[in-house]
Write a protein that binds this ligand. Structure first.
Ligand code: FAD
Length: 541
C-alpha cells in the first residue's frame, strides 16, 4: 500500500497533461507554513508558467491545533508573512492572507480564490504531514475538475523522501547508513544543493489590473485569534523575522560575523576566544552554556532560509566537501546535523503512523505509563530538583529555545524518570507549544529517540542520569562553573562544584533548605529501575 506522498505523486502524475494544457491565466504561489521566503522552488516555477503571480498564505487554525503549534510559533509566522509581503510587493507580487476554517474546506476555498482572480495554475511546496498530503491530493482533483492545474514540489528539505533506499528498496530506519547514502546522493546530484533564484517580478501591468489592484491594499492580520502570543515583544527581539535575520545568524555561526551579540540568554559562560562558532561545533554542540550552535532552527523550520543555502555555504567554506574530516570537523559535523531534518521528514513520510500519535517501534506502545499531576507540573515549570532539567525547562519557557543536549535530557527525564507518556498532552505537545522552532517531524523524531520508541536503535536501557549529565558537560566539556545552571536557576547561584549539579545529595539538610530549591521529585535510581523493568517487558508494571 502506498503512503500519502505516493498518493499525491500519483494524482499529480495523472494531471500532468492537464497541467500543460491549462489555459494561461494567473498563477497562485501558495505559501505554506514552512516556506516564508521569496525564492523557493514553487515561486521560481510559478513565474515561468503564467501571466501574473499572486501569493497566498492561508491561516488555518485547524492545522495549528492538530499539530499542537503554539502561539509563539504562529506569531513568528505572521511576522515573517509581513516581511515577505513587503519583499514581494517590491516585485509587484501581491501577497494576501485568508483565514479558512474548518480546515477541511481549505481545498474548496483555494479553488474559489482561484476562480475569483483568474488563476489557472497553483504551485506550492509539499508539506509532509499526512493530513496536508491528503489535502493537497484533493486540491489536485478539484483543480482538475474546474479546468485548472495544481502542482506541488519538494522544497523544504534537501533530499526528497523516497530518493534514499536500502539495497532491498526499503526506506532506511537507521540514521548512520542513511546519512552515508545522503552524502553520496548529495555529492552525485549537484542540483540538490542548488538554491532557487529570486522570483522574477510581475510587470507593472499587474497594478493596473483592476481585479488585482485591491490585493496590494488588503490589510493582513498581525495575529491569529486564539493564538495571541503573551511575550510577543520579547520573542520578536530574540527571534527577529525575515530572511536577513536568518542570514545574520548564519553569518555569525559560520563566519564569526558580528550581529546582534548573544547576551547571557544564550551564552552563560564567558568565552575568551572569538572564533566562528562552527569551528568549535564538535564541542559547542554539547555545551548548553555557550552560544556554540547556529540557532537557525526557527528560521529553517519556518522556511525563512533554505536548508540548501545553509549547507551550500558550509560546504563552500569546507573546501567544497560536505563530509571531509567527519565529526571532528565543525563544518562536516554541522552539515550532518542539518541532515537530521531530512532524516526525520523521511521518517514521517515512510511511516505515516508516527504522525497519527503512534510509536515507530510498535512493541513499545504497551509500556505502562504513570501520570502524577504534581510531577508533570514541576517538569513543565522547571522545579524538579534536578538542576540541569530545571535550567533547560526554564530557558525554553523564557526564550522559546532549548539546546539540543538539554532537549534530550529533559525529554528522557519525563519519559524514563517520571514514566510519562510523551505522546499525550505533556511531552511532545509541550515542546510544540513553547519552541520557536516547533516542527512536527524533528520534534516527534527527537521524542521518539529520547523515549527509545523511534527509528534509531536507541536502546531502552540507555537512561541518562540527570545529575551526571550536567556534571559531564561541566567536566568533559569544560563548563567548570555550571554557568548554564546558575543562569537559569538563580536559587543555586551561590553553589559550585558537585553541589551545583546535585544540591540535595551534596549539601547538608540545613544548607539545602536555605536555597529555597525543591527536593528531587523522584529518586533517580529507583526511577531508573522502574523504567528498565517496564521497557523490558512492555505491558507489565
Ligand atoms: P544546530 O546545532 O546549529 O544545527 C543546525 C540545524 O540542524 C538546526 O537548526 C536544525 O534545523 C537541524 N538539526 C540539528 N539537530 C537536529 C536534530 N536532532 N533533529 C532534527 N534537526 C536537527 N528541532 C527542530 O527544528 N524543531 C523541533 O521541534 C525540535 N524538537 C526536538 C525535540 C527533542 C526532544 C529533541 C531531542 C530534539 C529536537 N529538535 C528539534 C532537534 C534539535 O534539538 C534542534 O534542531 C536544535 O537544538 C536547534 O538548535 P540550532 O539551530 O542551534 O542547531
Amino acid at each position: 500500500e502506498g503512503t500519502p506522498l505516493d498518493e499525491l505523486e500519483k494524482v499529480m502524475k495523472k494531471s500532468e497533461v492537464e497541467f500543460k494544457k491549462a489555459k494561461n491565466g494567473n498563477v497562485l504561489m501558495w505559501i505554506r507554513n514552512k516556506d516564508f521566503r521569496a525564492f523557493e522552488r514553487a515561486s521560481q516555477a510559478a513565474k515561468s508558467m503564467g501571466t501574473h503571480v499572486i501569493a497566498l498564505h492561508v491561516i488555518s487554525p485547524g492545522d495549528y491545533k492538530s499539530h499542537g503549534r503554539g502561539a509563539r510559533r504562529i506569531d513568528f509566522m505572521m511576522r515573517n508573512v509581513k516581511e515577505l509581503r513587503s519583499e514581494l510587493k517590491e516585485k509587484n507580487i501581491p501577497l494576501v492572507v485568508r483565514t479558512i476554517t474548518p480546515r477541511k474546506t481549505v481545498p474548496k476555498e483555494i479553488i474559489s480564490f482561484c476562480d475569483e482572480f483568474n488563476i489557472t495554475k497553483i504551485y506550492a511546496n509539499i508539506e509532509y504531514e499526512v493530513d496536508e498530503l491528503r489535502r493537497d491530493a484533493v486540491v489536485v482533483h478539484l483543480a482538475r475538475e474546474s479546468g485548472k492545474a495544481a502542482f506541488f514540489v519538494h522544497d523544504c528539505i534537501i533530499v526528497p523522501p523516497g530518493m534514499l533506499l536500502t539495497k532491498e528498496g526499503k526506506p532506511y530506519s537507521v540514521y548512520g547508513p542513511w546519512f552515508k547514502k545522503w552524502v553520496e546522493t548529495v555529492n552525485e546530484n549537484d542540483n540538490l544543493l542548488e538554491t532557487s533564484e529570486d522570483p522574477e517580478a510581475n510587470d507593472e501591468s499587474v497594478r493596473k489590473d483592476k481585479s488585482l489592484h485591491s490585493l496590494f491594499e488588503e490589510e493582513i492580520p498581525s495575529e491569529v485569534e486564539g493564538y495571541e502570543c503573551a511575550d510577543a515583544e520579547k520573542m520578536a527581539q530574540l527571534w527577529p523575522a525575515g530572511y536577513h535575520s536568518a542570514r545574520e545568524s548564519l553569518g555569525r555561526f559560520l563566519e564569526g560575523k558580528k550581529g546582534k551579540e548573544a547576551d547571557d540568554i544564550f551564552q552563560s559562560s564567558k568565552v575568551k576566544e572569538k572564533k566562528a562558532a562552527v569551528e568549535n561545533y564538535p564541542e559547542g554542540r554539547n555545551r548548553p552554556d555557550v552560544d556554540g550552535t547556529s540557532r537557525l532552527s526557527p528560521y529553517l523550520a519556518a522556511g525563512v532560509i533554505s536548508p540548501r543555502e545553509v549547507v551550500q555555504k558550509a560546504r563552500k567554506m569546507n573546501k567544497g566537501s560536505i563530509s571531509q574530516g567527519g565529526k571532528e570537523n565543525g563544518f562536516s559535523n554541522w552539515i550532518s546535523e542539518v541532515a537530521w531534518r531530512d532524516f526525520y521528514a523521511h521518517v514521517i513520510v515512510a511511516w505515516p503512523r508516527v504522525v497519527m500519535g503512534r510509536a515507530y517501534n510498535l512493541a513499545m506502545e504497551s509500556v505502562c505509563w504513570e501520570y502524577e499531576e504534581d510531577q508533570v507540573k514541576a517538569w513543565k515549570e522547571g522545579n524538579t530538583g534536578y538542576p540541569i532539567v530545571d535550567a533547560a525547562m526554564r530557558q525554553m519557557r523564557e526564550t522559546g529555545f532549548m539546546h539540543n543536549r538539554c532537549r534530550m535530557i529533559t525529554a528522557m527525564f519525563l519519559v524514563k524518570d517520571l514514566m510519562v507518556d510523551w505522546k499525550n498532552e505533556v511531552g511532545e505537545a509541550y515542546f510544540m507549544q513553547h519552541l520557536m522552532d516547533a516542527d512536527f517531524a524533528s520534534n516527534n523524531g527527537g521524542w521518539q529517540w529520547s523515549a527509545s520508541t523511534g527509528t534509531d536503535p536507541q536502546p531502552y536501557f540507555r537512561i541518562f542520569n540527570p545529575f551526571s549529565q550536567s556534571e559531564k558537560s561541566a567536566q568533559s566539556y569544560s563548563d567548570p562553573d555550571g554557568a548554564y545552571i546558575k543562569r537559569w536557576v538563580p536559587e543555586l547561584k551561590s553553589l559550585s562544584g558537585k553541589a551545583l549539579h546535585d544540591p540535595f545529595h551534596k549539601l547538608d539538610k540545613a544548607s539545602f533548605k536555605k536555597l529555597g530549591y525543591p527536593e528531587p521529585i523522584v529518586d533517580h535510581n529507583e526511577a531508573r529501575k522502574r523504567a528498565l523493568r517496564r521497557f523490558k517487558t512492555p505491558g507489565e508494571k
